[in-house]
Ligand binder design. Structure first.
Ligand SMILES: Cc1cc2nc3c(=O)[nH]c(=O)nc-3n(C[C@H](O)[C@H](O)[C@H](O)COP(=O)(O)O)c2cc1C
Ligand code: SF4
Ligand code: SF4
Length: 253
């Protein structure tokens, strides 16, 4: 078994790694950004695939990864892990439907609550202590899920028709356009930016370049919030206007 994941701020990476540790300590997890990911994926039949839910849908970077490597999913047995701040309805279901089209078998699904990474909007904000407690609850859920997986009874979160309806009408229908394309809405405040280059180095889309000592976005952002949560000057925003409190997994574990 291996794990494959996309993770903007580390929540999903943490969950996939923790789940693998409980199912099979020998198994390794690879980011879709890892240069060896396709080679490793080709070797394994059984895998865990994890990602954060964006508006009850898949991050655009993951949509493209699934589609661009469609033949690789043929015959795989995939356990889906979707992380979210609060609600997704069918967070795992959206990937399940695509992967089945590519010939994969979906063995189960797991929905996990993690800290909200949209740190320039007030809704869903929790204190550091509350986020730590939430992660401890999530760890317990992962331990139970791993035990069920090993007994041959994997959890089925997000995969039934009711979840599909909840995800579709709860969010996806109204926000579909947000994840259909990469966005050009990322803003970098040039008065705050000190040109350290951290954002450019971290971006999975290579969407940021340094020009005359200032970071500049290039219009192809997958909304992962990584740069926003790492910028030492809190100079970057996307949905909101001001960074309230940065959030990355290392802060809570
Ligand atoms: C653009 C965007 C949209 C999001 N939409 C949802 C959502 O619909 N429901 C939800 O519960 N959380 C939502 N979240 C929160 C993330 O799913 C959550 O914080 C996730 O654990 C982040 O994982 P990561 O650290 O692996 O990137 C959204 C986050 C982003 C950046
Ligand atoms: S991380 Fe922040 S300060 Fe550093 S280059 Fe990017 S925007 Fe500027
Ligand atoms: S610009 Fe920032 S938010 Fe957008 S994809 Fe790159 S790191 Fe993620």
């Amino acid at each position: 078994m291996i794990g494959i994941y996309f993770s903007g701020t580390g929540n999903t990476r943490f969950c996939v790694e923790y789940l693998l540790e409980k199912i099979d300590p020998e198994a390794k997890a690879y980011s879709i950004e890892d240069k060896n990911v396709l080679e490793e994926l080709a070797k394994e039949e059984e895998l865990v695939l994890g990602y954060p839910v964006y508006y009850s849908n898949l991050p655009k970077i993951l949509q493209d990864f699934l589609e661009n490597h469609a033949p690789l999913w043929q015959g795989k047995k995939i356990y889906l892990v979707a992380t979210m701040g609060l609600f997704s309805g069918d967070g795992t279901g959206v990937a399940a439907r695509r992967l089945k089209k590519y010939g994969a078998q979906i063995t189960g699904g797991l929905h996990l609550k993690m800290p909200d990474c949209i740190v320039d909007v007030k809704a869903l904000k929790k204190s550091t202590e509350e986020n730590r407690k939430m992660i401890n609850q999530t760890k317990l859920k992962i331990e139970r899920a791993a035990s069920l997986y090993k007994q041959g009874k994997p959890t089925q979160d997000g995969l039934n028709v009711l979840c599909h309806v909840a995800g579709l009408f709860g969010q996806r229908l109204y926000f579909f356009h947000k994840t259909k394309h990469y966005t050009d809405q990322l803003k970098i405040n040039e008065n705050k930016c000190i040109g350290c280059g951290k954002c450019a180095g971290l971006c999975p889309m290579k969407n940021i370049t340094l020009e005359q000592g200032k970071a500049v976005p290039n219009g192809a952002c997958t909304m992962c919030y990584r740069c926003i949560n790492h910028c030492p000057k809190q100079a970057i925003t996307l949905i909101g206007k001001k960074v309230l409190q940065q959030s990355i997994i290392e802060k809570y574990i």
